[in-house]
Design a protein around this ligand. Sequence first.
Ligand SMILES: Cc1ncc(COP(=O)(O)O)c(C=O)c1O
Length: 474
Amino acid sequence: LRELAILSGMPPEMQLPVSQPTLPPFEEYAVLMKEIFASRMLTNDRWVRELEAQAAAYIGCREVVALANATSGLVLVPKVLGLTGEACLPTFTFPATLHAILWNGMKPRLVDSDPETFNIDPSALEAALTSGAKTVLPVYIFGNSPDWARLTPLIEKRDLVFISDAAHALGSRWEGRMAGMFGKAEIFSLAPTKVTVAGEGGLVATNDQALARELRIARNYGNPGNYDCVIAGLNARLSEFHALLAHLCLARTEEAVDRRHALVSRYRSALEGLPGCSFQKIDPRCRSTYNYFAVLIESDRFGLTNAELHDALEAEGIQSKIYFAPPLHRQTRFTHLFEGQGPFPGAEQVLSRVLCLPLYQHMEDAVVDRIVEIVRACHARAGEVREATRRKRIGRSVEEVVSSVLGRPVDRAKAGALDLRDLGLGSLRMIQLLSELEERFSIKVRDEQVTGENFGTLDRLVRFVEAQAGKGKP
Ligand SMILES: Cc1ncc(COP(=O)(O)O)c(C=O)c1O
């Protein structure tokens, strides 16, 4: 292994996204796309019907309705069912789960998550349900099934409607049954970060044929055919081009999930035993799609936090993600909706440790080995890496403040050696810059130190803040 990029300042060796769609051979798509052109039927036609039938057969459910994306499915299912009142959902999820509730004028009630599986905590859900909520939106976090053995009995016991956000879970199984077979309806995403992709697209799986029939109307403005609309629908149709791509990808979903399992085993056995590094717990009754591969980083033992490891990997050109941050209860615009709800210690525990590493089915084994080697090296030199990532964060932050004061982006790599005045920082702006730096870093900057000769360049300003910030709060 060459020196870590975060320590040496060397440019990255590679650029690896955290996820990337795996596509069928272009020729296979092109031949069939030609037929779409010839037919001039661009939406909601043959390939949409084919995809729906193929997905229903794959899942084993009665009906699948194809939509423009999963979000429209999450919005339309409660709409068609006429649901009102409170809906329970985990705080640790993607924002679209919440948006679906808000678009339906329902009231969200957040539920804590299991810190190991990341899924909705069944006991916390039971406690939340005492408020009278009749709707529950469990989420398959990264493809891991919610605990259906504990959730399913609640449906009858309390007369609930379960609608799953199964965006990550096309191909997941629970005790051998496919995701798509639980609750009232389960909604999958075919967006580019998913295992099976359409470009943009979504699928609603249900055994309720009336629901499916009404969804097909609702996705078409609510127009049953005579423009005498029966519901305030959406245009949520899936185009033929997207349906065709999804059809070709779905034929390969099983193979894709198998390949992801092989890659995850490789990651796990190579990372096993690394102090402070563990994994999302997949219930043994579940076969996850591993839409994301999540490690848990315990900073005391690993030597770095998940955020610090993220920054060190970024310097290597390896994208990783702290998903889903911020959780719903910390979404700036929505916190007022959750007054009196919480705390959510399980979700917070996940967030302080989780890091999703690159995974896609066309990834080569050697790439996993390389990522593991770098993660191990980060642990081995944790002290130095921590200091370097701290400096990098401060540098980035100072850059951000300077950019906002100037009203244009400033890149330290390009402008670092330039005099601050040459960047356009006259005395008024300099005063504004100083007070913003003081606030952001909880430091005290004396005017003469900044405006005087002792640091006239952006690089020197960054070094000054680094030294000051080191004296106070980390
Ligand atoms: C858990 C979850 N739910 C819902 C969605 C929304 O899916 P779509 O982009 O297809 O609307 C996503 C998107 O990534 C997601 O991760």
